[in-house]
Design a protein around this ligand. Structure first.
Ligand code: DGY
Length: 324
């Protein structure tokens, strides 16, 4: 008999079709009523879950007695209670690598967008304000030749650093838990403490996973260390930054601007950030290109399929639970 796979977020018809080759697939459908109720009803029969953007831990999964694997269509896995997964022997998989370049592109789009005020000036142009040659009130600042500070030089951080160094002749500074000798050699990247990096960089780009160690890593104290001319870019996770402190720093000119893709609470609604012209706000689209989302979906399906068919999945987050 086929095992059951339950989706915990929207999945495309193509994904459902691929999964149906091997599994009985349940995709809660808003047209059939409350999504959460459909999910909870199907949960006790599910051997595998697939999706993204939902907190899953003891409270949500207690009724999932047959659950073997959760396949997340994301690289980040801060939504999942790993201790609980380990206790239950539930495997967790993610989708690294395939989104690295697209997410780095978006990080760089935020750097460029903040520096050259693209969203703000787009709105200004469309509002009919362009009646003479622009002046200092519309000027931005250069990106090329500036100092790029990467907080978390993992795969995505390194891809942003390459864009900065090789495309824009930027000096790359980085901080993190370990020195990256190969990237220091390849890009001339220089290691700094977090405080040193904040004080020196023109663009501070956050690319760390969310953990107890990185929650509120950037607060009022850290923002004050930055130069008034500097920009903060966050493509990591919202809670890495104290959002109240950030709003205050943007209002008071402690820093010049921020480019944000992630927020303490998503979707972002009714935020004071919406009133700030020096905050560029995007709706968590780091990996959101058609090509990359398709690659992520396929990688998540491969992981789920392997785990449920008894092969060790490629992207196992908690290998200690794998008994295969
Ligand atoms: C990821 O893959 O972690 C992206 O941020 C989407 O959640």
């Amino acid at each position: 008999m086929k095992k059951t796979v339950l989706a915990f977020s929207r999945i495309t018809p193509a994904m459902a079709e691929r999964l149906q080759h091997d599994f009985h697939v349940i995709v809660p459908n808003p047209k059939l009523g409350d999504i959460a109720a459909q999910f909870n009803e199907a949960l006790p029969e599910a051997h595998g879950l697939i999706g993204v953007g939902r907190k899953l831990g003891r409270a949500q999964l207690e009724g999932a007695g047959k659950l073997e694997v959760v396949s997340s269509v994301s690289v980040g896995y801060d939504n999942y209670d790993l201790d609980y997964f380990n206790e239950r022997g539930i495997a967790l998989t993610n989708t690294p690598d395939v989104l690295t370049e697209s997410t780095a592109d978006l990080g760089f789009a935020l750097i460029m967008g903040c520096a050259r005020r693209t969203a703000e000036l787009d709105a200004w142009t469309k509002a009919g304000h362009w009646q003479a040659t622009v002046g200092p009130a519309q000027f931005g600042c250069d990106v090329h030749g500036k100092k790029l500070g990467i907080v978390g030089l993992g795969n995505i951080g390194a891809a942003i650093a390459r864009r900065g160094r090789l495309g824009f002749n930027m000096q790359v500074l980085y901080t993190g838990n370990s020195r990256k000798a190969a990237l220091e050699h390849e890009l001339g990247a220089q290691f700094r403490s977090l405080d040193e990096l904040l004080a020196e960089a023109d663009f501070v780009c956050l690319v760390v996973p969310l953990s107890d160690a990185t929650r509120k890593l950037i607060g009022a104290r850290e923002l004050k260390l930055m130069k008034p001319s500097a920009f903060l870019v966050n493509i990591a996770r919202g809670p890495v930054v104290d959002e109240v402190a950030l709003v205050e720093a943007l209002q008071e000119g402690t820093i010049r601007g921020a480019g944000l893709d992630v927020y303490e609470k998503e979707p972002l609604a009714d935020s004071p950030l919406f009133k700030l012209p020096n905050a560029l706000t995007l709706p968590h689209i780091g990996s959101a290109t058609a090509e990359t989302r398709e690659a992520m979906a396929n990688r998540a399906i491969d992981n789920l399929r392997s785990a449920l068919l008894g092969e060790r999945p490629q992207d196992l987050v908690n290998p200690q639970v794998w008994k295969g």
